[in-house]
Design a protein around this ligand. Sequence first.
Ligand code: NAD
Length: 479
Amino acid sequence: MATPYDTTLGLYIGGRWISGEGRDTHVVLNPATGAPLAELPLATAADLDEALAATERGFAAWRATAPEVRAAILQKTAVLLRERMDRIARIATAEQGKILAEAKGEVAFAAALLDFHAGEALRIYGRVLPRSGGARSLVLHQPVGPVAAFCAWNFPVMNVVRKIAPALAAGCSIIIKPSEETAGSAVEVLRCFQDAGLPGDVAQCVFGVPDMVSRQLLASPATRKLSFTGSVPVGKHLMKLAADTMMKTTMELGGHGPVLVFDDCDLDKTLDLLVAHKFRNAGQVCIAPTRFHVQEGIYDAFAAGFATRTQALAMGDGMDAGSQMGPMANPRRPEAIAAMVDDAVGAGARLLAGGAGGDGGNGFFYRPTVLADVPLTARAMNDEPFGPVALLRPFATLDDAIEQANRLPYGLAAYCFTENGRRQNLLGDAIDAGMVAINSVRLSYPDSPFGGMKDSGHGSEDGPEGVQAHLVTKTVHMS
Ligand code: NAD
């Protein structure tokens, strides 16, 4: 089947689209077939210098732009994203692999994020503290300055909007480096901003050799904030670079989502929710449910129900209406998952479903997989799998469940299923995670903070907190 990849890749600097012109290139692939889709130009050091100069000019102009104007541009961008949803979703599926329905949902959520941030742009309030004799102190929240943002390929539209929208709402300019592997989606998002009237220097989009780009942008005194979505090791590395200029940071890193399933839950409903959520985006989601800790009395029924539902899932090209799970985004992922599954089975885990790649072809497929009785020593129980593998283990008591949930250095997302209200409260308090879902799998809304703790990072995105993360506080004392 022909893949519609209706976009022109380039760098966007100072309001100008830059194509190849002798630059090195990266070939964007279709994960469903392994076939090349397009060539992406990579930024040179001179391009990055130009982007840094533009972002400084952009900041000076944008911070002085009325909040109402900022809000109107964010809102108009949302309108354009919705108008272009079908085409952008097809580009996202073509280069990232997720099924088309998920790609459309992602575009819709990105538009909702823009609407929310348009409102927040109008609500950056300060405080007035009255003093004796008519004196007063003013507490002002001002934009921190130009932002350097780096984001991953798993939500190629939404991750880009999640970085740009709060920066612009706060009055900051931004240079974003999305993933080279999913450049088309990012380019289309930038075109929406451009067509909505965003002045040229305010948002730049670059691609390149990630290590070179981040070193150059973070070494510049022009950059006042780092915002990163990606793996824990890369996040730690970038924070060290950011320390040299003491810039503000927001780190949205990996997770290893524990799921605590108690014997009083509605088992069928819980299984339906969890199986659909586990294999969304082929498991390549930072908040994916990963370790399923199930109370002993229902463990066998849970495992059987999980395996049956998983075996029934249709894996295929995300463009095909019949596919329920697409390929993984790049060739590194199925290789990593195969190694983790082999390691777990070697350590004594039981394979209940999946456990292999696709049916030939050059696509980056790995079947939805369920492993039961996975030993705590297995690598998958300790490192983020970031793929379509569910890991099942039994537990006995509430205390055991909490101990398991908090066992790893990650602290991003957690899920609990129980009808007992007292237990729900205890779990909400006791689990070390930035986001906890109870009898639900929904953890992300535009108005609620999204982020983690411990090794999963710090600083929230979305909600008022996402904009606050782009502000600095100043106090002015007036006699
Ligand atoms: P990776 O860590 O090499 O890359 C992840 C992203 O970070 C990519 O988009 C890449 O362009 C960027 N990146 C890598 N090195 C960088 C650098 N020095 N400077 C700036 N950006 C850099 O891993 P990968 O193989 O692409 O993905 C696998 C791992 O990434 C998974 O184990 C998972 O933990 C993590 N990941 C997390 C998220 C998330 O939403 N938190 C999303 C995607 C990937």
